[in-house]
Design a protein around this ligand. Structure first.
Ligand SMILES: NC(=O)c1ccc[n+]([C@@H]2O[C@H](COP(=O)([O-])OP(=O)(O)OC[C@H]3O[C@@H](n4cnc5c(N)ncnc54)[C@H](O)[C@@H]3O)[C@@H](O)[C@H]2O)c1
Length: 337
């Protein structure tokens, strides 16, 4: 593939996750990282190192202002900046005629989600939000177990995602709930989005939470009730280190996953004397898989049915109801979102 056939990509935000995406893009023969943008020149210098270390010869143009980067001929832009900038920057990039991959959370309010969706519809460009868990192999295995019915009907699912409070020396904005939405919107959103995508909105939800150092909800436990099963979701920034786990109880087996050392996927069939380790599903990690899907959608090889902006907006609507449930200490019936 010649350079002129390659997809020209710009990355706005070259912090932790921006550099992770750049490392992935550098491996792809069908894209060129044509431009990067960050208000911190040091972050862009590190981003260049990531590209070079990954074996890429790309020397993207550097910008400190998104509007300037958008003057470059770009096919797609990745928005990987602090969450409170996602709406404004996604709208700018769509208006400039670029396809947009915007990191999660899509935005901090439904109004901002609607602004992004309206800009997409007006520009007629692809838009995808980086809900990487929808593409994560072990979570795909759980989806398959639920949808195939191979262990009987699901009765209960617990999903937990905990971590330490964001280190202010790395990204101070994240510890500010007004910019990140706290653990509720930054961390817990992953599991809520997975559950919303697979099961749809619950019939009713309740939640208890604590306001933490971000001055937003940094510890939350929610229960989502469906017709004949329930999902318990817990997210916290009050832990020492990161882990993500889930336990699914089916009629004829329990299936579990965890990222701690003793974790992995394992299955306990009804009546069995021991847990069976389940080999991790084959395939790329969630970040690589979501990017492949996004690029396939932009090229018209796929129609985006797996990760639509409308669906991500629905997740945010449910999380805002959780926030309301924490405040009112009551069950809430979501109704029409
Ligand atoms: N999908 C996931 O698993 C996952 C994981 C981590 C973070 N995220 C999300 O990714 C986003 C970025 O998080 P991060 O951890 O990389 O944060 P970060 O602070 O490490 O990086 C953000 C970068 O954006 C830059 N920036 C700030 N304002 C800017 C502007 N106006 N224009 C251009 N650049 C600007 C900062 O200088 C910084 O380098 C957040 O929305 C976060 O929630 C997603």
């Amino acid at each position: 593939m010649t350079d002129t056939d390659k997809f020209r990509i710009g990355v706005c935000g070259t912090g932790n996750l921006g550099r992770m995406h750049l490392g992935g893009l550098a491996q792809r023969p069908d894209v060129t990282v044509a431009a990067i943008c960050d208000i911190r020149p040091d972050a862009m210098a590190k981003a260049q190192e990531v590209l070079t270390r990954a074996g890429s010869s790309a020397k993207p143009c550097r910008f400190t202002e998104l509007r300037e980067m958008l003057r470059e001929p770009l096919d797609a832009v990745l928005i990987v900046t602090p969450t409170d900038l996602h709406a404004r920057q996604s709208v700018l990039a769509l208006r400039a005629g670029c396809a947009v991959f915007c990191e999660k959370p899509m935005a901090l309010s439904l109004r901002d989600c609607d602004r992004i969706i309206a800009a997409r519809d007006h520009a007629k460009r692809q838009l995808m939000i980086g809900q990487c868990l929808r593409f994560w192999p072990e979570y795909q295995a759980l989806r398959q177990a639920v949808q195939s019915g191979e262990y009987g009907r699901l009765r209960a699912l617990t999903m937990t995602r905990v971590g330490a409070f964001p280190d202010a020396s790395v990204n101070a904005w994240m510890g500010n709930g007004r910019r990140s939405g706290g653990a509720l919107l930054d961390l817990h959103l992953h599991d809520a989005d997975w559950a919303q995508d697979v099961f749809g909105p619950p019939r009713a939800l309740c939640a208890a939470g604590l306001t933490g150092p971000s001055d937003a909800i940094d510890e939350v436990s929610a229960i989502w009730r469906y017709a004949d099963f329930q999902v318990t979701l817990r997210g916290s920034w009050l832990h020492q280190t990161f882990s993500m786990t889930w336990q699914a109880v089916f009629e004829h087996a329990a299936l579990e996953f965890g990222t701690r050392p003793e974790g992995g996927l394992c299955l306990r069939r009804a009546g069995a004397a021991a847990w069976e380790p389940v080999p991790p599903p084959a395939g790329p990690d969630g970040y690589a898989a979501e990017m492949t899907y996004f690029l396939d959608c932009v090229r018209g090889r796929e129609t985006n049915t797996r990760c639509t902006a409308e669906s991500t907006r629905q997740t945010l609507a449910l999380l805002l109801l959780e926030k309301e449930a924490v405040r009112r200490q009551t069950w809430i019936r979501p109704g029409r979102l």
